[in-house]
Design a protein around this ligand. Structure first.
Ligand code: ADP
Ligand code: MG
Length: 262
């Protein structure tokens, strides 16, 4: 059975002050798909996610999320879990882990309402799901990068979203944390039946879990199942650099730069 389309881009251009960051992008994301978004720095990956969130309106074309389009997307934003590209956290930032997760509920709470017991229970449940319940009272600035990423994921899940958008969720983490965060994301996607788009520099780690790969450098260079999208010539055109695509264990493996003897 073919899943219905949940996110659709029709000839979309997203621009800042008239300068396009994404151009003529058309793609359909079926409900339940796990999509990896790949591309060099500045290629419009984060911009694409902002388009889905309705934070940036297309200057041309249309973005649909479910039945809603363009300026209506603010309405669905509450149904989308978003893990933004991680930024530096001040170690003295006066918030505890649980408070950070509760922040994920604020937009729907209204300005004057404070989170109550059911909200805290929900936030704790999400911390449990990412293996961080024990550290709920710890100041956020005292956590490791991997632990902070887990908290960001818990915050993104606190409204039970249908869609999860992750922007380079394991960049800057050590190899072991990268693997465990990746495993958490893959399990979360699977168990919650999410539609997931994940921006990443390192496609190899996520590849076994992906249904679709989007290769983006301002325009869409390839979009399809990993075996079709990850083609040497396409990736070289997109990155403007030498790329090798090897096959191991029946799936592609992407290596950037000149390699010898391979
Ligand atoms: P990526 O996430 O792939 O690194 P981005 O989507 O962040 O790329 O950026 C794509 C292009 O848009 C870049 O040229 C970047 O400089 C530009 N850009 C991103 N954010 C803004 C902004 N807020 N204002 C102006 N230009 C921006
Ligand atoms: Mg980015």
């Amino acid at each position: 059975m073919v899943s219905p389309v949940l996110i659709r881009f029709e000839e979309v251009t997203l621009a800042y002050d008239g300068v396009p960051a994404v151009e003529h992008a058309s793609l359909d994301v079926p409900a339940g798909a796990f999509v990896g978004v790949l591309g060099p720095n500045g290629s419009g990956k984060s911009t694409l996610l902002r388009g889905i969130l309705g934070l940036l309106t297309p200057s041309r074309g249309r973005i649909f999320v479910g039945d809603l389009c363009c300026h209506e997307l603010a309405k669905v934003r509450l149904e989308i879990g978003y893990v933004p590209q991680s930024s530096h956290v001040d170690p003295h930032f006066p918030a505890r882990v649980l408070d950070v997760v509760l922040m994920g509920l604020y937009p729907g709470l209204g300005l004057l309402r404070r989170p109550g017991r059911p909200h805290r229970a929900k936030a704790m449940e999400c911390l449990e799901a990412v293996g961080m319940a024990d550290l709920a009272r710890r100041p956020i600035g005292h956590l490791s990068g991997g632990q902070r990423q887990r908290v960001s994921i818990a915050r993104a899940l606190v409204r039970d979203p249908k869609i999860l958008l992750l922007d380079e969720p394991y960049s800057g983490l050590d190899v072991q944390s990268q693997c465990s965060v990746m495993e958490l994301i893959a399990n979360t996607h699977e168990q919650r039946g999410l539609t997931t788009l994940m921006v990443t520099h390192d496609v190899n780690l996520v590849l076994p879990h992906l249904d679709l790969v989007l290769a983006l450098n301002r325009r869409v260079f390839a979009y399809g199942p990993p075996n079709e999208a990850l083609v040497k010539e396409t990736l070289e055109a997109m990155y403007g650099a030498a790329i090798h695509v090897h096959e191991a264990h029946g799936r592609p493996f992407v290596i950037a730069g000149d390699t010898h003897g391979g």
